[in-house]
Design a protein. Structure first.
Length: 277
């Protein structure tokens, strides 16, 4: 079935969304300055990929309640992590872990969802795509107020940033979540150090090609937190943004892992790999 081409619909923020978006703009602007420390430069093959990935994982881990964004090497922590991975995420094996990793890093996470919301011609189109198809092929558009409101507030947010940023601005969030997952799996002895390093290379390689500084990664954490909590509602997005700012203040302080660990970048005279571009 073909549908008529729709005119691009642009939604202005309503009374509920406007103050949240202003707060997000202010938070993003606060992280446009220089990093706490100048970056370290490496040849690509010498980059400490595991360090880069684990440092990125500090934000989601801190958000989950791990002190300083790190997992202590204790049996108690390993037991907690095994329970979380198996009970909460249905990860029972290395194969399950790999599938979950692909979902987080390669699948429909925040950056892909933002791209989808931005690319749609209208909220009607977004709701239509959420509908299921019956056995006869006729489209069923559910009369779901909650779905409609969720699509409207996400579209307002996407339209607010239209022409200012694209889906790659949230990519650091997806990669940080993947880094946190692998950090947990390694701490729970589900992966050897060599197996974890393979994942960390994948994460850190793209992270360093898309992000130029610790502050750029901080902006991705703000956007990712905002986007995922906006799925639930405006109040949740406002609270998530507040907590994200607190977490970043802690991480970027002189005592925090981001504040005391310089950003890593490839030497300027070296050719970058093309695998992630």
């Amino acid at each position: 079935m073909q549908f008529e081409e729709e005119t691009l619909e642009i939604l202005e923020p309503n009374a509920a969304m406007s103050p949240i978006l202003k707060a997000l703009d202010a938070a993003l602007a606060a992280h446009t300055g220089p990093d706490p420390q100048p970056p370290r430069e490496f040849a690509w093959e010498e980059i400490p990929f595991a360090e880069v990935a684990r440092t990125a994982a500090a934000f989601p881990l801190l958000f989950e309640g791990w002190a300083e964004g790190a997992i202590p090497a204790t049996e108690y922590s390993a037991g907690d992590l095994l329970h979380e991975l198996s009970s909460d995420l249905d990860i029972m094996s290395a194969e399950d872990l790999h599938e979950r990793f692909l979902l987080l890093v390669e699948g429909s996470r925040a950056s892909a969802d933002f791209c989808r919301i931005m690319a749609a011609s209208s909220v009607k189109h977004l709701v239509r795509n959420e509908a299921s198809l019956g056995w006869c092929g006729f489209e069923v558009v559910p009369k779901n107020t909650e779905l409609l409101e969720r699509m409207r507030r996400k579209r307002m947010a996407a339209d607010h940033f239209r022409g200012k940023l694209d889906w790659t601005a949230l990519r650091g969030w997806d990669l940080a979540l993947g880094a946190a997952l692998i950090t947990k799996a390694q701490a729970a002895d589900m992966l050897t150090n060599e197996e974890a390093l393979d994942y960390f290379r994948r994460i850190a390689g793209e992270l360093l090609l898309r992000m130029t500084s610790r502050q750029a990664l901080a902006r991705a954490m703000l956007l990712g937190t905002f986007w995922t909590t906006l799925e639930v509602g405006e109040q949740q997005a406002a609270e998530g943004l507040r907590q994200a700012e607190q977490a970043l203040d802690s991480l970027l302080s002189p005592e925090g892992v981001w504040g005391r660990t310089p950003w890593v970048q490839q030497k300027a005279d070296a050719d970058p790999p093309t695998v992630y571009v």
